[in-house]
Write a protein that binds this ligand. Structure first.
Ligand code: UFG
Length: 347
């Protein structure tokens, strides 16, 4: 059985990907420091799949701990590297924590892979590397733009680190890199697994739209603030390419299969979104329709650092990875609501 190390595998996107991998017959080892998650997620994964993945609680930014992890699981065939801090706001106030955690963990994971001869890694990147693109939908060939926060900068720097490592490997192996690096540039993942056993679990007050909506509908927050209605978009609110987290998880399985083929060598990046834009009011309307709950919200001023609009050209992922998003906005908002209701029942 193909054995995969999933770092950050108890987190939001990680846990959905672990489920998708197990369902495709992969043997999964999760490495996570539980900074943004908890061990209960392992039970939930077992509840969905019937398999409890191996779990290692480890801080990957700690070189010795990371190397020990790789020595223990020297037979892994590939790594999917989710583990990272991900709050835009927090990164602005704690830049060094973000650079230390997100970049050191990547470097030690690459060192660990080198030590055990593991040649494949899928890296969680973000559409944040494009900034506000001049042309939409944005293609993978568009140049990087300056990041608006340290979090975004760690994604761009990580992409460049991976590019340099592949370049060095290519030089060592007469022009064809043995190392395979596949970057998935996520747009805006929302929603939850249909079982409602796993989903997004932000610490404290959510920064992101979907958990703020579901917590407001559940009465945990008083009112949703819609940040800006004077953008140059159809309803005046910013537009994003929302994608169901289960579709995003499936993209990782397709990436694993693509990497295993001889067609792929070196470094490549793929947009993973639905390829269509929605405004904040579209998300609210879909949520109200699917949940039957009237959402209290007010229009406020713009949020600093928000870009006006972005959505992805996903043709490359469709064509090369054989992947396509299957779930629409209504399915995303309904599944997010079911997950919130599950959390309420458990509390
Ligand atoms: N929004 C609100 N009210 C809220 C929260 C969000 O109106 O309470 C709006 C935002 O202004 C934005 C949209 O909802 O227009 C989506 O906001 P999110 O915070 O959910 O997502 P972002 O697009 O801002 O952030 C995402 C990822 C980041 C990534 C960033 C890159 O969450 O990891 O895209 O632009 F860095």
């Amino acid at each position: 059985m193909k054995k995969v190390l999933v770092t950050g595998g108890t987190g939001y996107i990680g846990s959905h990907t672990v489920v998708a991998l197990i369902e495709k017959g992969y043997q999964v080892v999760i490495a996570d420091n539980l900074y943004n998650s908890n061990e209960g997620v392992l039970n939930a994964i077992a509840g969905i799949t019937g398999v409890r993945p191996a779990f290692e609680q480890v801080d990957l930014a700690d070189e010795a701990a990371c190397m020990a992890l790789f020595r223990k699981h020297a037979d892994i065939e590939a790594v999917i590297h989710f583990a990272a801090y991900k709050s835009v706001n927090e990164s602005v106030s704690k830049p060094l924590d973000y650079y230390r955690n997100n970049l050191n963990s990547l470097m030690w994971v690459l060192r660990g892979m080198e030590a055990v001869g593991c040649k494949r890694i899928v890296f969680s990147s973000s559409c944040t590397v494009y900034g506000q693109p001049d042309v939409l939908p944005v293609k993978e060939t568009m140049p990087y733009q300056e990041a608006t926060c340290p979090y975004g900068n760690t994604k761009r720097i990580a992409e460049e680190i991976l590019k340099d490592v592949v370049r060095a490997d290519r030089d060592k192996h007469e022009g064809r890199s043995e190392l395979k690096v596949l970057l998935l540039r996520y747009f805006n993942p929302i929603g939850a697994h249909e079982s409602a056993l796993i989903g997004e679990l932000p610490n404290g007050v959510p920064n992101n739209l979907m958990p703020f909506i579901t917590q407001t509908a559940a009465g945990i927050r008083e009112c949703l603030s819609v940040f800006g209605s004077d953008y140059d978009t159809p309803d005046g609110t910013p537009q994003r390419d929302y994608i169901h987290v289960c579709d995003l998880a499936d993209a990782h399985v397709c990436a694993m299969e693509y990497m295993a083929s001889d067609d792929f060598s070196g470094w490549d990046a793929f947009n993973v979104g639905c390829g269509r834009p929605y405004g904040v009011l579209d998300v609210i309307r879909s949520f109200e329709k699917m949940s039957g709950v009237k959402l209290p919200y007010k229009i406020c001023g713009r949020r600093a650092g928000d870009i006006e609009k972005i959505w992805g050209d996903v043709e490359k992922a469709n064509r090369k990875l054989g992947w396509r998003a299957k779930r629409g906005l209504d399915e995303m908002t309904l599944s997010a609501w079911r997950w919130q209701q599950h959390l309420q029942e458990k509390a």
